[in-house]
Design a binder for this molecule. Structure first.
Ligand code: SF4
Ligand code: SF4
Length: 432
């Protein structure tokens, strides 16, 4: 309880008086002296669909829209602070509307509980494990190291272990400093602090967990928030379980969820999907309806290759559903570009640029998060039944063929992506 109170206090206006805090005048440092040396491009970039330019700069966590919501007076407000507090404090955001009742927020906040336990673990050390800082290991690696004869066989073992704990997808890639932050953010001091993932961990295990299909159908609403909250809770548990397995084998392992590095490029490099117009990872099985976790390790592991299954071409030439449906118009209608909408975007990558300021403002006005661009994406399908799995595979082949317009027409005609009323969600839930 005392730790929970510490989170709320950290979000009080009083914290603004801390020395060294970031302000509009004292902005986060750019890459400057931390600039990566040598070739900024990697041999697998083409296969990943990455267009990394000479102007590339690594991202400073203090520019992330959630951290700006704490230090940047253009973003920070009483409403924004209440938005953060709403994850922990009962009753915030409740109103007389379908999807925003006490019960809807109760379900959302209950979904976050596992993640909240991880967050609270190291708050007394000024760390926000899993969200601003990597999750501290529970123990040192076993002094007796298990021999690894084949990195490929060990990769298979790690994938089996990950699935045993509930991962819906696992890929493995090399550590890539381009996706690591230049600085981390200290939430109590509202200031920058040094980036902290330890050196000498050459491999990254990337896991995805799927989010609840029917809950996602309820976006926008607090009811849908269980999909995100529970997704994070599952992620927190999973990455710590996998890291603990590796530590017990005698190797180093750092579990990470929403902290320290950019999750989407890592997932693409690890062969888990492609980048979509909506700024999300599009996976083969669940489309954009996933959360992403990582484990950095020195356990010898074979790597996966990036995959392409037609997403980029479909978003590029045919589909605009996410951009059309986004209420604040935060998703571009045009082609990928290197022009960034504001400081919450990474510099020097040509891609579809999401306007995080517009997106976050909409979230705050809802008193919960939004996922409309996830709901309407034609790659978001339920594959839990054999016939829906069969349909989705056939649809994917059509979307990757010259008949892309037919694929989009079919998706709209069959009413995929339409919103489910939260009251209907509860009705179905009770009748199960
Ligand atoms: S989450 Fe909502 S507001 Fe943000 S980009 Fe997606 S549709 Fe737009
Ligand atoms: S909704 Fe359409 S344009 Fe947007 S990410 Fe999905 S497939 Fe691409």
């Amino acid at each position: 309880m005392r730790r929970q109170q510490a989170i709320l206090e950290g979000l009080d206006m009083g914290a603004l008086d801390e020395v060294g805090r970031l302000t509009q005048e004292r902005q986060p440092q750019n890459e400057g002296p931390y600039r990566l040396k040598g070739n900024l491009r990697h041999a697998k970039d083409d296969a990943c669909g990455f267009e990394v330019l000479d102007t590339f700069e690594r991202f400073n966590q203090s520019n992330d829209i959630y951290t700006r919501g704490q230090w940047d007076s253009r973003i920070r407000s009483e409403k924004v602070l209440n938005w953060f507090k709403g994850m922990f404090k009962t009753g915030l955001g409740v109103r007389n509307a379908d999807g925003y009742s006490v019960r809807d927020f109760a379900l959302r906040n209950a979904g976050w509980m596992g993640a909240n336990l991880t967050i609270q673990r190291s708050l007394h050390q000024g760390r926000v494990d899993g969200f601003l800082d990597y999750i501290q290991p529970y123990s040192e690696p076993n002094a007796e190291q298990v021999a690894v004869e084949s990195p490929a066989a060990m990769a298979e073992e790690i994938k089996r272990v990950s699935r045993l704990f509930g991962a819906d997808g696992v890929g493995i890639t090399h550590s890539d400093p381009r996706w690591h932050y230049t600085h981390s953010f200290a939430t109590k001091a509202l200031a920058e602090k040094p980036y902290a993932i330890p050196e000498g961990l050459p491999n990254v295990i990337v896991i995805v967990t799927s989010m609840h299909y029917d809950a996602v159908k309820c976006y926008p609403s607090a009811t849908a928030g269980i999909a995100v909250g529970h997704g994070y809770s599952r992620d927190c548990e999973l990455v710590q379980s996998i890291a603990t397995y590796i530590l017990n084998l005698g190797y180093r392992a750092i579990a990470s969820v929403n902290d320290s590095s950019l999750a989407i490029p890592y997932a693409i490099q690890a062969g888990l999907g492609e980048y979509g117009r909506n700024g999300l990872l599009i996976t083969k099985d669940f489309g954009p309806r996933v959360r992403i976790g990582r484990i950095h390790t020195d356990l010898p592991l074979g790597h996966d290759e990036p995959i392409r299954f037609g997403v980029r071409e479909f978003c590029d030439t045919t589909c605009r559903r996410c951009a059309d449906a986004c209420p604040p118009k935060a998703i571009p209608q045009g082609p990928p570009t290197e022009v960034i909408p504001n400081q919450s975007s990474i510099i020097g990558i040509r891609k579809w640029q999401i306007d995080a300021e517009k997106c976050f403002k909409f979230w705050v006005n809802q008193a919960t998060e939004c996922g409309i661009c996830m709901r309407v994406c034609p790659y978001n399908k339920d594959i839990s039944r054999w016939w829906s799995r069969w349909y989705y595979r056939a649809w994917q082949r059509l979307a990757a063929s010259p008949f892309k317009k037919l694929a989009l027409w079919l998706d709209v005609k069959l009413k995929f992506g339409e919103r489910m009323k939260p009251s209907q969600f509860w009705q179905q839930f009770r009748s199960r």
